[in-house]
Design a binder for this molecule. Structure first.
Ligand SMILES: NC(=O)c1ccc[n+]([C@@H]2O[C@H](COP(=O)([O-])OP(=O)(O)OC[C@H]3O[C@@H](n4cnc5c(N)ncnc54)[C@H](O)[C@@H]3O)[C@@H](O)[C@H]2O)c1
Length: 298
């Protein structure tokens, strides 16, 4: 049993810490939201009054925060992790953040005498609850091996993606492809509908042909075709439009930084912005089908 510090107990951090508690660890957690802190305490986390208190005496510290600016704020400053964790503590940021902020955190951690890993996840809140997330971990070999036993209760798959920032890079490149496949699937299925095709027939052909992709198989955007599709449940979220917009914005920023033209990524972002402008940013991103078929009402 080890003492783990954890900052950020939201939709993902809450269930992830519950799995660490379930594995027998002591988790000292902090969140700016009193509600999130209380919910985590109900699931066995020791609620700390500050980030400083949460990380004091911890063997390893995890962060699970919304964006780069939140992660930078949590690590820096008088009450931050760098100023309050014991020297040599292993620090693991599981948030999905921009590559530039991840690089800054690696550099500032090293300068302050800490080991640091960028370790974003995929698998959503369901994977966080079930302890079946995929972790994409960027950093030094020895640090990844040190973190592995702590990550295991939260993960089905742990991939060491390479050196610093490769975890974040892997995550945003994957989600760029997902976003483009989502729109490709929406356009193909709306056209199939208008040409009078039977959706089950169309899916059976496309998934066995060159149109096959994960969004098609998992989120087929018409009801009654694929059990896991949010279209069956009025697009109740499995992955919100707003989260996909955020991940795509990180990919587009990386495209700018590297001089990479991401024409399709930019166009997909415009279509997702239309969903958000219509007030549906909290709905599942597969609702973008309704931009394609013109049925999205504001
Ligand atoms: N929700 C998902 O399906 C999902 C899936 C994969 C990855 N992610 C990524 O995981 C990260 C967290 O997502 P989430 O859904 O848990 O978000 P969330 O908004 O539910 O939780 C984030 C928590 O961080 C807290 N916080 C912010 N700044 C803080 C600070 N300085 N100190 C302490 N607490 C602070 C907030 O109060 C909030 O409770 C994001 O980067 C997201 O992109 C989310």
């Amino acid at each position: 049993m080890s003492t783990i510090g954890w900052i950020g107990l939201g939709n993902m951090g809450g269930p992830m810490t519950a799995n660490l508690v379930g594995a027998g660890h002591e988790v000292k957690g902090f969140d700016l939201s009193a509600q999130a802190l209380a919910a985590a305490a109900e699931r066995g986390v020791n609620a700390a009054a500050s980030a400083a208190e949460a990380v004091a005496g911890a063997e390893i510290v995890f962060t699970m925060l919304p964006r780069g600016e939140h992660a930078l704020a949590a690590y820096r400053g008088e009450d931050g992790i760098f100023a309050n964790a014991a020297p040599g503590t292993l620090l693991v940021d599981c948030s999905t953040i921009d590559v530039a902020s991840a690089q800054t955190l690696h550099e500032e951690a090293a300068a302050a005498g800490f080991s640091f890993l960028d370790a974003p996840v995929s698998g959503g809140t369901a994977g966080a609850e079930a302890g079946t997330l995929t972790f994409m971990v960027g950093g030094a070999d020895a640090d990844v091996e040190r973190a592995r036993p702590f990550i295991e209760p939260m993960a089905r798959t742990i991939v060491h993606t390479g050196g610093p920032t490769t975890g974040q890079a892997t995550k945003i490149c994957n989600n760029l492809i997902l976003a483009i496949n989502l729109i490709a699937t929406a356009e193909g299925t709306v056209l199939a509908d208008r040409l009078g095709l039977d959706h089950e027939m169309f899916l059976s052909v496309a998934r066995a042909s060159s149109g096959d992709n994960w969004a098609l198989r998992t989120w087929y955007p018409y009801p009654g075709v694929v059990e896991s599709s949010p279209a069956n449940r009025d697009f109740a979220p499995t992955f919100t439009t707003d989260l996909l917009r955020k991940d795509l914005s990180l990919a587009l920023a990386a495209g700018q930084d590297t001089g990479t033209p991401l024409a399709f990524g930019e166009r997909v972002q415009e279509l997702l912005d239309q969903v958000a402008d219509a007030g549906f940013g909290g709905k599942d991103c597969s609702i973008v089908r309704r931009v394609v078929d013109g049925s999205l009402e504001t």
